[in-house]
Design a protein. Sequence first.
Length: 195
Amino acid sequence: MNEPTLSSSASADSAKAPSAHPLRRRRWLLVGAGALAALGGAGLATWRLRPGPVQEGVSDAVWGAQFEGPAGEVLSLAALRGRPLLLNFWATWCPPCVEELPLLNAFYGEHRAKGWQVVGLAIDQPSNVRKFLERMPLDFPIALGGLGGTDLARGLGNEKGGLPFTVLFGANGSILKRKMGQLTAQDLQGWSTTL
């Protein structure tokens, strides 16, 4: 009597197997399609966030630029030439910008003794920047970019005006790296070893 039960059980399992197989296949197809969509989306985001070409003559514009600081002081980029410079375009209304500022501040604190410089060029209203810096003081210099800062960012390849946007200049003043979007600790680690 046990034998018929086993064979009827085996028959039931074999009857279920063909219907379970297409479900598993469908599940794997959906997982695969989802993975392909995610990769495609990441590729599209990378393409969209890739900086455009640097305009001719922008290097002279960078090193000739002067901006007002939050307290009215003048920041001349020419005075910073000769050492590596991270120039970060940001705004108080930009969440990824605000999120990366502590990372930039830590990077500056760790690398300034090695000659690194960091400048935050705020593309924002001066009053907003002053209020923000009261709440979150930063150790590296901040300048008020205004329209000149926006034009400079476009010349450096930020054609769409997105923020944050960061450019790494070598000690000789040449552009070494550019990134549209929020910096990561890995970005900064990699950039710091390029010099």
